[in-house]
Write a protein that binds this ligand. Structure first.
Ligand code: AP5
Ligand code: MG
Length: 213
């Protein structure tokens, strides 16, 4: 099963993608997590991506597409994957579609996690992320067992550099300008399913599994 998660920054794509990956035994592929791991490890790619990310802008398509295609060509993606944060522009969606068509394959579902802008800024300021294993917490909704420490791997939790309120506003603008058109793109392909992302995360997940079966 090949699934795309769509939705505004902070809509809960990562939270839901992790649960989907576990239930259906497919890898969770997040371009944002790949960039953050590269920034943490001080790679050339990380250095290049950081400037765009901290400003709330998109990393250029050329860079992002290559990373994503390399990742989904790996062995563990043979039986499917859940993409989180990719595609984010129409050109990215077209490249992905071409690559899949060449393999006689296609996307099965594009899940749009719908959350209005008003809810987003509040969510982001409470988010805490583990840069080592990619786990995500929220200081009110999903606190870690020990404050500031990841339950899964014991690393320190951080407020992401791009979760400052002014950067979140930029990310929302970029989302509406460049990513929202993908909703029409995948509607036209008959794979778009929208879920109400303002519900409790367990209820959002129940709505998603009702769609995926
Ligand atoms: P990326 O890492 O993809 O960030 P994003 O899309 O902005 O989304 P987030 O990760 O912020 O939110 P999310 O929807 O995953 O929400 P989460 O589950 O964490 O990208 C970061 C940057 O990298 C981009 O700005 C760009 O620069 C670059 N980039 C990445 N991919 C790219 C691409 N393809 N092309 C170009 N550039 C790219 O949830 C948010 C918070 O809410 C958490 O604290 C969570 O615990 C909480 N929460 C989740 N669900 C609920 C719920 N139902 N109720 C209450 N709280 C909830
Ligand atoms: Mg995320």
């Amino acid at each position: 099963m090949k699934i795309i998660m769509l939705g505004a920054p902070g809509a809960g794509k990562g939270t839901q993608a992790k649960m989907i990956a576990e239930k259906y035994s497919i890898p969770h592929v997040s371009t944002g997590d790949i960039f953050r791991a590269n920034i943490k490890n001080g790679t050339e790619l990380g250095k290049e991506a950081k400037g765009y990310m901290d400003a709330g802008k998109l990393v250029p398509d050329e860079l992002t597409v290559k990373i994503l295609l390399d990742r989904v060509a790996q062995d563990d993606c043979k039986n499917g994957y859940v993409l989180d944060g990719f595609p984010r522009t129409i050109p990215q969606a077209e490249v992905l579609e071409d690559a899949l068509t060449k393999l006689g394959d296609k996307i099965d579902y594009a899940i749009n996690v719908d959350v209005p802008d008003e809810n987003i800024v509040r969510r982001m300021s409470g988010r805490r992320a583990c840069l080592k294993c990619g786990a995500t917490y929220h200081i009110e909704h999903i606190p870690p067992k020990q404050e500031g420490i990841c339950d899964t791997c014991g690393s320190e939790l951080v407020l992401r550099d791009d979760d400052k309120p002014e950067t979140v506003q930029n990310r929302l603008k970029v989302y509406h300008d460049q990513t929202q058109p993908l909703i029409d793109f995948y509607t036209a392909k008959n794979v778009l399913k929208t879920v109400d992302g303002t519900k409790d995360m367990k209820d959002v997940f129940a709505d998603i599994t009702a769609i995926l079966g």
